[in-house]
Design a protein around this ligand. Structure first.
Ligand code: PGA
Length: 247
């Protein structure tokens, strides 16, 4: 099973539902539809509406982040996994580099993962090295730390998806070579196998994935899907990504 996950970031109003409707129409007729799952993470404001409309459809809805305490607290602007689950989301992103940049450290991320899982949200846990770390050949060391400091054997690996997103690639059009990505994915899976003491959870790639770049990645069997930012805001681009992947 492959995953195509659209991360809308700070984008969308209620009318943007038309984008998902087009994607859903394509997916429900696609001859490859059994081979993949589509998840969209709109902003908090749209989760309830989207989750209601796409209940029992090809598209699942997730949040882009969650608070680390359960279920209510006095923290202004926070949204807990309990609240997210209650409006129909099935997934949540945790550890996106945008949030790590704003202060989400490993300790906090671990609490987020724990509370998300406790509230029956599946977790899409994002990891990735920055430009300097890559230049200094520290990629695997960094990824290993990000994984080991947060994930534990007792977490159900079926509820966790890993999204490898090199920070230098997010929104920049810069891509790892397919050989580079293959090697990194193999290493990530090795680390995950060690943590979970069995088969690795799914490992996705994210960073400048669009309808053109997807062609480079389709030969890499180790990659179980994609986390797509900018290109997921256009139904045509998102659909073309899926089409070109299976072409
Ligand atoms: P991008 O973003 O596809 O626009 O590079 C990916 C992400 O931040 O999840």
């Amino acid at each position: 099973m492959k995953y195509f996950i659209g991360n809308w970031k700070m984008f969308g109003v209620p009318n943007s539902i038309y984008i998902l409707k087009k994607i859903n129409t394509f997916c429900s007729k696609d001859k490859n539809r059994k081979k993949y799952r589509v998840i969209i993470t709109p902003p908090f404001t749209l989760i309830e509406k989207f989750a209601k409309i796409f209940k029992d459809k090809k598209i699942s809805i997730g949040s882009q982040n969650c608070y680390h305490k359960d279920p209510f607290s006095s923290n202004t602007s926070a949204v807990s996994p309990y609240m997210i689950k209650s409006v129909g989301a099935k997934y949540t992103l945790i550890g996106h580099s945008d949030n790590r940049n704003e202060g989400d450290n490993d300790h906090l991320l671990k609490s987020k993962v724990q509370f998300a899982l406790k509230n029956k949200l599946k977790v899409i846990f994002c990891i990735g090295e920055n430009k300097v770390e890559k230049k200094n050949k520290k990629t695997i060391v960094v990824l290993k730390k990000q994984l080991q400091n947060v994930l534990e054997k007792k977490f159900n690996k079926k509820d966790i998806i890993i999204a490898y997103e090199p920070i230098w690639s997010i929104g920049t059009g810069k891509l790892p070579t397919s050989l580079e990505l293959k090697k990194t994915a193999i290493q990530i899976k090795k680390i995950l196998k060690n943590i979970f003491k069995r088969k690795s959870p799914a490992v996705l790639y994210g960073g400048s994935v669009d309808e053109k770049s997807i062609k480079i990645f389709k030969e890499i069997n180790e990659i179980d899907g994609f986390l797509i930012g900018g290109a997921s805001k256009s139904s045509k681009k998102f659909i073309d990504i899926i089409k070109n992947y299976y072409r």
